[in-house]
Design a protein around this ligand. Structure first.
Ligand code: PEP
Length: 249
């Protein structure tokens, strides 16, 4: 298992100058021997300048989405090769905001993660249930379907290079974090399902991040859980101070 990963998803925030200022502040606070691997995912327009600001620091840069085609008549889209060309090592795929506002399906998520890997990027595949699904006791059914729909047919090698982020939709941007035991329960389910889709040894190599209202106060309890291998952080990643406290958890 690799080092835990702490990833910041900046979403639709930051002109280039603000993004460079934030990246520079994060750079000052992360040491090369950090116990956690650190990743920031700026909006597309700021990826180039953030990559330059973080060059040779060991802090990784990622995209927030990609299209599965390499090139062609797909107005507004960005390919994995384009992200890699800007210095990205990772890309988020299937974030619940993409699913909710842009109609992203499990099938698209599957195509995108394969395209990301083909372009040499590491996809972070997001899954998670909505509040009514949790309340209706169908969390595992929903997440199982999301995983099967996107990951079925991957080779063991492809599977071992994935990162999965469990992001309960009811916890994203709401201040309502999953309890450590709620997170562990779902992470264990995800790992077991990855084992069914490949094998146990492969599933144990996959980092499973928790995302949803992570902050400096709640990160430690989450990270103490056996199957929590890092965090995907939205709001708290937009301030260097709070993001660095999470990185040092
Ligand atoms: C996210 O959008 O991936 C996220 C986890 O957001 P927040 O930390 O703001 O809940």
């Amino acid at each position: 298992m690799r080092r835990p990963l702490i990833a910041g998803n900046w979403k639709l925030n930051g002109l280039q100058s603000a993004a460079v200022t934030l990246a520079a502040a994060i750079r000052e606070g992360v040491t090369r021997d950090s116990r956690t691997e650190v990743l920031v995912c700026p909006p597309f327009t700021a990826i180039g300048v953030v990559s330059a600001a973080l060059k040779d620091t060991g802090i990784a840069v990622g995209g927030q989405d990609l299209h599965w085609q390499d090139s062609g008549a797909f107005t507004g889209e960005v390919s994995g090769a384009m992200l890699a060309d800007l210095g990205c090592r990772y890309v988020i795929v299937g974030h619940s905001e993409r699913r909710q506002f842009f109609g992203e399906t499990d099938e698209w998520v599957g195509k995108k993660l394969r395209a990301a890997q083909a372009a040499g990027l590491e996809p972070i595949v997001c899954v998670g249930e909505r509040l009514e699904e949790r309340e209706g006791n169908v969390t595992e059914a929903v997440i199982g379907r999301q995983l099967d729909g996107a990951l079925a047919g991957l080779s063991k090698e492809q599977m071992s290079k994935l990162t999965v982020a469990y992001e309960p939709v009811w916890a994203i941007g709401t201040g309502k974090v999953a309890t450590p035991s709620q997170a562990q329960e779902v992470h264990a389910f995800i790992r077991a399902r990855l084992g069914t889709l490949s094998d146990g040894a492969t599933a144990r190599e996959v980092r499973i991040l928790y995302g949803g209202s992570v902050n400096p106060e709640n990160i430690r309890g989450l990270m103490e859980q056996t199957d929590v291998n890092g965090a995907l952080v939205g709001g708290a990643s937009l301030k260097a101070d709070s993001f660095l406290k999470i990185v040092r958890c």
